[in-house]
Design a binder for this molecule. Structure first.
Ligand code: HEC
Ligand code: HEC
Length: 328
C-alpha cells in the first residue's frame, strides 16, 4: 500500500491507493480522506514537534502526566483503566479512547461535540482531573525550553504559543494511522488467506446475521454518530451528549467507538464498565437495557458457542499494531 500526499492550495489530503504489486493496477481507496484544516496542513516537522509534546509530562501541573500517560501507544493509545487518572491520582469520569485514526473523526469526544482536534488539545491540559495547568502557566513553562522555542520559530515563525501547541499536537494525532489489519488485507486488498475460516464466519455474523455494521460500519467500524446502545436504564450522573444541549432525547447517547484494535483497548464503553468482549456480547445478546432513547436496532439474539468464538476471532482480526514501529 502506498501513501500519497497531495496538496491542493491550502488543503492537503492523504489518499490511499491500493496497488497490486503484480500488475500495478490502481483502484480508488476504500478509506475516507483525512481532510486537514486549511490553516494546518501537515508537515513532518510539525508531526515531530507534536510527538515530543504528546509525550512531555511538563504539560501538567506537577510534571507527572503527559497526554501519553492516558493514551499509551502499546494499548492503541488507551490506558487499560476503567476511567483515566490525571494529576495526583484524580479520576476522570470517562474511559480514555484510542486516538489511532483520529484524523478521520468528524467530531471529537464521546459527546461528539468538539469540531476539531486543534480545539480538543486545550481541554485535558486545563481540566482539573487531567493535567490541571492553565495555558498561561503552560506557555511560560514551555517557552523556557530552548528546543520548543526554536522549533516554534523555525516551523511557525513565531514564539511558542497556543497556536504552535495545538497545531503541532493535532498534526501528530493525524499521523497515527492503523489500517493494515487482517480484515483490511482480506476485505480491501483481496487477500483471501488473510483471515482464518473462523474469522470470516465471524465477519459474516457481524455484518449479515447480526446488526453490528448498522453502527460499527466499515471501513472505520463506526458511523461517528452519538447513539444510545442501552448500556443503562438509568445513566446516573453522566448522561452523555445530553450535557451539550440539555435535550432529553440525547440522554445516554455517546459517540460510537471504532472497533479497530478493540482487543487492545479494554475495558469498554464510555465509563469502562464492561471488562471483556464476552461481556459486551452478553450485553447485546440480551438486547441491552431498556431506555426510551435506546436505538431500536438493538434487539436480543442468541449465538451458539462456535458463533460466539467466531465473532470474537473476527474482532481480533481488526488489530493492526504496525504503527508501533515508531515506538519500539
Ligand atoms: C488523565 C488522562 C488523560 C490525559 C492526560 C489526556 N487524555 Fe485525552 N482523553 C481522556 C479521556 C478520559 C477522554 C474521553 C473524554 C470524553 O470524551 O469526554 C479523552 C479523549 C481524547 C480525544 C478524543 C478522541 C475521540 O475519539 O473523540 C483526543 C483526541 C485526546 N483525548 C487527545 C489527548 C491529548 C492531545 C492530550 C494531551 C494534551 C490528552 N488527550 C490528554 C483522557 C486523557
Ligand atoms: C445502534 C448502534 C449500535 C449497534 C447496532 C451496535 N453498537 Fe456497539 N456501540 C454503540 C455505542 C453508542 C457504543 C458506545 C456506548 C458507550 O460508550 O456507552 C458501542 C460500544 C461497543 C463496544 C465497546 C467499544 C469501546 O471501545 O469501548 C463494542 C465492543 C461494541 N459496541 C460491539 C458491538 C457489536 C459486536 C455489535 C453487534 C452485536 C454492536 N456493537 C452493535 C452503538 C452500537
Amino acid at each position: 500500500m502506498k501513501q500519497l500526499l497531495i496538496i491542493f492550495g491550502g488543503i492537503s489530503l492523504i489518499s490511499f491507493f491500493l496497488t497490486d504489486c503484480e500488475s500495478s493496477d490502481r483502484s480508488v481507496s476504500p478509506y475516507p480522506s483525512i481532510i486537514f484544516p486549511e490553516d494546518n496542513p501537515s508537515t513532518q516537522e510539525k508531526i515531530e514537534l507534536g510527538r515530543k509534546l504528546f509525550f512531555d509530562k511538563r504539560l501538567s501541573k506537577n510534571n507527572e502526566i503527559a497526554c501519553a500517560s492516558c493514551h499509551l501507544p502499546e494499548y492503541a493509545f488507551t490506558d487499560r483503566l476503567p476511567v483515566a487518572q490525571g494529576v495526583e491520582g484524580r479520576t476522570t469520569e470517562r474511559n480514555a479512547p484510542s486516538i489511532l485514526n483520529a484524523g478521520y473523526l468528524p467530531t471529537v469526544m464521546f459527546d461528539a461535540h468538539i469540531e476539531t482536534l486543534e480545539k480538543q488539545v486545550i481541554v485535558p491540559i486545563q481540566e482539573h482531573t487531567e493535567m490541571d495547568l492553565s495555558i498561561k502557566e503552560l506557555l511560560t513553562k514551555l517557552r523556557k525550553v530552548p528546543a520548543y522555542q526554536e522549533a516554534a520559530k523555525s516551523i511557525f515563525g513565531r514564539d511558542f504559543d497556543a497556536w504552535v501547541l495545538t497545531r503541532s499536537i493535532s498534526s501528530f494525532e493525524r499521523s497515527l494511522m492503523s489500517l493494515d489489519s487482517k480484515f483490511d488485507r482480506y476485505y480491501y486488498q483481496n487477500d483471501k488467506n488473510a483471515m482464518s475460516a473462523s474469522e470470516v464466519r465471524g465477519w459474516k455474523l457481524f455484518s449479515e446475521k447480526l446488526y453490528c455494521t448498522e453502527c460499527h460500519t466499515p471501513p472505520m467500524f463506526t458511523t461517528y454518530e452519538a447513539l444510545n446502545n442501552g448500556l443503562y436504564s438509568d445513566y446516573g450522573e453522566d448522561k452523555g451528549r445530553f450535557r451539550i444541549h440539555n435535550d432529553s432525547t440525547d440522554i445516554g447517547k455517546f459517540k460510537i467507538p471504532s472497533l479497530r484494535n478493540i482487543t487492545l483497548t479494554f475495558p469498554y464503553m464510555h465509563d469502562g464498565s464492561i471488562g471483556s468482549l464476552e461481556e459486551v456480547l452478553a450485553h447485546y445478546s440480551k438486547g441491552g437495557n431498556d431506555h426510551v432513547n435506546k436505538d431500536k436496532r438493538i434487539v436480543p439474539f442468541t449465538l451458539s458457542n462456535t458463533e460466539e468464538k467466531d465473532l470474537l476471532n473476527f474482532m481480533e482480526a481488526l488489530t493492526d499494531t504496525s504503527y508501533m514501529k515508531d515506538y519500539r
